[in-house]
Design a protein around this ligand. Structure first.
Ligand code: GLN
Length: 458
């Protein structure tokens, strides 16, 4: 824990942490020593992890990387973080993210962007040194793990926020089935999509972390009332008798050549591990992104209504202001541009007169997408696809164009809309030396199949 604390303190340039909590990590290490002596070691005894700053941590500032919640210190602990502490882990600090988890590059954080520890190989002299985005929204988590500042971290994934940053930084991360991890104490973005999950250096570490994050919680009404399987003990890279589906609609025209090459390599590895490869069809895939960018902002506009200057965090009370003025001033000052964009889009699609045309329609598309997957899983055990359409881009590259930023999520959001477990594992490098991720999607509740295929690729 001491060495990790020192590395975290020395790596300020990456801006991966919003708050450092070295004493928390040290206390867990001390407890681990006692437990070792007493023969009562726990699964994560003394392991120093990073906590995405979207999880409420008792007595430790929790901001969602927003000005709105700057200085907000929860009086309670999220279920997922409480489970990790019960398993013996300690916290190195709270990790940076896109503001309220809205973004794909960690550039919307009020506390500044995060930098990926990766650099492009400058073979062609095209600015190899440009700092790269670590992906988002869990960009603090991905950057910190890739830079070896922590062996594992928590992430949340609403529409790719665990998988895409994992892919951008050459690490692994899994979003479990919706409902596996309790959402209690996680600052809400889009409640029907939000899922917590682990990010780590390899598949085994993800399995161990997930076992200690998941589980039924009566405080979350959408929590799955199912036993947590022993995913680590169940790990097997043998794919004999397994069918891997390749969704033909993901072979989009203009697919990046490096992404296509790494996808083909992944197919070959799974074949070598004994799998049979089958083509499957997910015909409504092309509607997933537009449906996501209606449903997620709609839920966000509702969830973020609570930040009114009364209950949490920031309060702006101009001279002579009435209640309405206070709401407006607080929200104008407390939210960043991307968050405001989502609130406005969400309010619009939910408004009387437009509700049926946008929100109801998007929900119908969501049902069709879930049905596509259900049909595909009659023919295969897992699906293999790219995680993201490109390798990490340079900071600033897409900040002026929200649609270009949203397009990053094109391969990630279908599994989110269907609530399915999905993982990203490192698949190879682009021609300029940047990591590319492979995504494995499984049927509901079958994280084991996803982890096993990940292990076969790794
Ligand atoms: N990039 C997506 C978005 O901006 C996903 C974010 C997430 O999964 N939290 O909405």
């Amino acid at each position: 824990a001491e060495a990790f604390n020192a590395n975290v303190a020395a790596a300020k340039a990456l801006n991966a942490f919003i708050v450092e909590t070295p004493e928390h990590a040290l206390a867990a290490a001390g407890q681990a020593d006692k437990d070792r002596a007493a023969g009562t070691l726990k699964p994560l005894s003394g392991v120093p992890i990073g906590m995405k700053d979207l999880f409420c941590t008792q007595g430790v500032q929790t901001t969602a990387a927003s000005h709105m919640l700057e200085g907000f210190t929860p009086t309670y602990e999220s279920t997922v973080s409480a489970k990790l502490w019960d398993a013996g882990a300690g916290m190195l600090g709270k990790l940076n993210l896109d503001q309220f988890a809205m973004g794909s590059s960690n550039e919307t954080s009020y506390f500044g962007n995060v930098i990926s520890p990766w650099r492009r190989a400058d073979a062609n002299g095209l600015g190899g040194n440009a700092p790269l985005a670590p992906g988002g929204s869990s960009g603090g988590s991905s950057s910190a793990i890739a830079a070896r500042l922590c062996p594992a971290a928590t992430g949340t994934d609403t529409g790719g926020s665990i998988r895409q940053p994992a892919a951008f930084t050459g690490i692994s991360g899994i979003k479990p089935t919706y409902g596996r991890c309790s959402r209690w104490g996680i600052i809400a973005f889009a409640s029907s999509l939000d899922q917590a999950g682990p990010m780590a250096r390899d598949v085994r570490d993800c399995a161990i972390m997930l076992e200690n994050m998941a589980g039924f919680d009566p405080k979350d009404s959408t929590s799955l009332d199912m036993a947590v399987p022993q995913w680590e003990a169940g790990l097997s890279a043998d794919m004999k008798g397994k069918k891997v589906g390749i969704p033909k609609e993901y072979r989009v025209e203009g697919l990046d050549a490096d992404v296509a090459r790494v996808w083909d390599a992944g197919i070959a590895w799974l074949k070598d591990a004994g799998a049979e490869i089958v083509e499957v069809s997910l015909p409504h895939s092309k509607y997933a992104l537009p449906a996501y960018y209606i449903i997620a902002p709609a839920e966000a506009s509702s969830n973020l209504a609570r930040y009114d200057g009364v209950r949490y965090g920031l309060r702006e009370l101009p001279e002579g202001a009435n209640l309405q003025d206070m709401y407006a001033a607080t929200r104008a000052a407390g939210f960043g541009a991307e968050v405001k964009r989502r609130i406005i889009i969400g309010t619009y699609v939910l408004s009387a007169g437009f509700y049926d045309a946008y929100y109801t329609q998007a929900q119908k598309v969501r049902t069709l997408i879930a049905r596509d997957f259900a049909q595909a899983f009659e023919q295969c055990d897992v699906i293999l696809a790219p995680t993201a359409p490109s390798a990490a881009f340079a900071l600033g590259d897409k900040t002026a164009d929200p649609l270009a930023m949203y397009l990053n999520d094109v391969f990630a959001v279908p599994a989110s809309l269907a609530g399915l477990p999905a993982m990203s594992v490192p698949g190879g490098l682009s021609k300029d030396g940047l990591p590319l991720g492979l995504q494995i999607i499984g049927p509901a509740f079958d994280e084991q199949a996803v982890l096993n295929a990940g292990l076969a690729i790794e």
